[in-house]
Design a protein around this ligand. Sequence first.
Ligand code: NAD
Length: 214
Amino acid sequence: MAPVSIVVVGAGQRGAGYARWVRRHPDRASVVAVAEPRQVPRARLAAEHGITAGNVAADWRELAGRGRLADAVLICTQDRMHAEPAEAFAALGYHILLEKPGRAPLRVSSFGRPTYFTAANRPPGAADRCVACPVEASCPYSAPRLYRGLLEAGEHRWPPSVVIDDFTPAALDEALASGPYGQPLVPLLGVLAPQRVGVHGGHHMVPSCHGIRH
Ligand SMILES: NC(=O)c1ccc[n+]([C@@H]2O[C@H](COP(=O)([O-])OP(=O)(O)OC[C@H]3O[C@@H](n4cnc5c(N)ncnc54)[C@H](O)[C@@H]3O)[C@@H](O)[C@H]2O)c1
């Protein structure tokens, strides 16, 4: 059977993960187009699969506007951005793999009533950023410890791949100092709705809790 040609919509964790599988199985499938707004993962995936410039787009709508480019589409955008592309690509006759909404419901039920990660349990003197926090060294949920350790171990996939595109200590320091993953969970939970806590706080498998994404 000829390899199945595939469009990847969303080159995030899932999209990039499926694409890696495809690269290992060229007899089964090939990625021929990608839509992804973030430049680095878009360019990386396009280069790894030798995708022609005309089949690389920042938004799925651009690819959908070009008619049917492949046998199948992998829709790997985030949950709330599933329905529209699914309808558009279905109308074009694509076979569709629609990435499921993850484990969000489980997490919502797990964390809907946070009993530990509350403002009341915030350690005395804790700062609003791990890198500036006087109790970071003794905190079991230290983002710098987690991510620096993974970087030193040479891990370039999840979870560091969510925080940085450039796998250098300087890029990580910058991300922890200014990005969403350098914020400790405990103070944030006090202002987040339970549902959001469930979905986002769970992103990094709490109790590794530095997963607030916007
Ligand atoms: N990561 C996991 O472990 C996991 C597990 C099970 C299910 N899921 C599900 O998979 C889906 C994707 O999750 P993820 O973790 O890969 O998220 P992600 O945020 O890493 O990836 C989503 C990607 O979609 C891209 N995107 C946003 N708007 C777009 C647009 N208009 N056109 C094209 N791309 C666009 C984003 O830039 C991002 O790279 C979600 O439904 C999630 O619930 C994820």
